[in-house]
Design a protein around this ligand. Sequence first.
Ligand code: GTP
Ligand code: MG
Length: 138
Amino acid sequence: LERTFSIIKPDATRRNLTGAVNAVIEGAGLRIVAQKRIKMTRDQAETFYGVHRERPFFGELVEFMTSEPVVVQVLEGEGAVAKYREIMGATNPANAAEGTIRKQFALSVGENSVHGSDSVENAAIEVAQFFSGNEIVG
Ligand code: GTP
Ligand code: MG
């Protein structure tokens, strides 16, 4: 079964939406096979979002991701990467489809409640940044 990496971002944990987001995830048939609440360090956030280093919003993004706790997760299911992207909705909640996590919960393009890997290859890299093998129980 395919796996993807998920982050419930600070805007969502701050508003006690961890359970609500997880209900959407599980309702879509994805299984949460690893999960922990952490405070991301600046190093972790800069590494994780390294591809965006040259973008104008990079500093703001790192500030946001380290501002308050996040919940990192590994989700498992058939076509998990694409399925999670679908139920997350568009990056900007103004463009997100009805019923998606971002449509329901996101505050803005920056504070958009969740992250999901954009490919199977990146999912493996992102999972390995935050979880050791024995923390993932399928
Ligand atoms: P992720 O799942 O978080 O990677 O979102 P994404 O793949 O839908 O978007 P992308 O990878 O293009 O951007 C990564 C993250 O950077 C977004 O989820 C936002 O949190 C943030 N971001 C993107 N564009 C903007 C922007 O214009 N302003 C701000 N403040 N943040 C942005
Ligand atoms: Mg992305």
